[in-house]
Design a protein around this ligand. Structure first.
Ligand code: R5P
Length: 299
């Protein structure tokens, strides 16, 4: 038997349980006055495959409760624990950019691999690491958001021109464009600080009256979309639509993106956000069916 255990308030967890046709119970998390956290599982997990749905945005605060929940589920008799982290944090620090820096993605992968039996996530930031298996020692399934994003574009945008704002986004932009039967261009980005970003046109823009659709895996400060919108404007293109797989930006940054001329901003529901418009539960359910070889604790 399978049961979904949900991070408190996760609507994606409820949608995923409905897709899987199984029970969904929320974790109870209590924060003590000193800031420490207590996790309680209020459902019987004996013999179950537990699907723990907990996104790893703001991972510093969430990792420990997730670890506590995994250990508790195991001690209460769960057969195996699959962590569904729709957003997988700490993937961008994938090398030592400056002397002395921690390679956080590798350390975080080791920690998560020590608490769950398997991992399912949506489009992690794979760049210098090209596969999760390079850093995760548990089976890890990547669920792509390209198909649902392409469907959204087909249904909502006339004459879309898919635009990747930087070289790293080419992998997502090219796939989405092909699924949406749209042309694709990729811009060139230079990031000189957390909020200092400049973008120039790289690929030539095909002739035609296009609606540019910026697509990126992550929107955090929103600066990439802001700089990309400016580059498109300089090239004489219309104001763009923007699609982020994972919307991490706060409302102030979102307002700045809109002020920069992005007339519509949507995201997948991997991170709860006011811009969520693209449902990932069906694709995640498919990813869960695909994941194999996670050892059963009963074996
Ligand atoms: C980085 O390479 C990612 O793909 C995104 O482009 C980046 O994280 C976006 O961040 P921000 O919204 O802060 O510009």
């Amino acid at each position: 038997m399978r049961k979904v255990l949900a991070w408190p308030g996760s609507s994606l967890a409820a949608a995923l349980a409905a897709q899987l046709g199984c029970e969904c119970a929320e974790l109870a998390i209590h924060r003590f006055p000193d800031g420490e956290q207590l996790v309680r599982i209020d459902t019987d997990v004996t013999g179950c495959e537990v699907v723990l749905v907990a996104g790893l945005e703001r991972a510093d605060a969430k990792f420990l409760p997730i670890a506590f929940a995994c250990d508790a589920a195991r001690e209460l008799g769960a057969r195996r624990i699959v962590l569904v982290a729709p957003y997988l944090g700490y993937m961008r620090q994938d090398q030592r950019f400056q002397r002395g820096e921690a390679v956080s993605s590798r350390t975080f992968a080791r920690l998560l691999s020590s608490v769950a039996d398997a991992l399912v996530t949506v489009d992690p930031h794979l760049h210098r690491w090209t596969k999760l298996s390079q850093i995760y020692s548990i089976p890890a399934q990547v669920v792509p958001a390209a198909e649902p994003i392409a469907q959204w574009i087909k249904q909502h945008v006339q004459s879309p021109l898919v635009v990747g704002p930087d070289a790293e986004s080419r992998q997502w932009a090219a796939r989405i464009a092909s699924l949406a039967d749209a042309p694709c261009v990729v811009l060139e980005k230079v990031r000189s600080g957390d909020s200092e970003v400049s973008v120039t046109l790289g690929d030539a823009v095909p002739a035609g009256r296009w609606t540019p659709v910026l697509v990126d895996d992550i929107a955090s400060t929103g600066r990439t979309f802001i700089a990309a919108a400016a580059a498109l404007r300089r090239a004489g293109l219309h104001n763009p639509v923007a699609v982020a797989v994972h919307a991490l930006l706060d409302e102030e940054s979102l307002a700045a993106v809109r002020m920069a001329g992005v007339h519509e901003f949507v995201s997948c529901d991997t991170v709860e956000h006011s811009t969520n418009a693209i449902a990932m539960a069906p694709a995640l359910a498919h990813g869960l069916r695909e994941i194999k070889n996670a050892p059963d604790r009963a074996d």
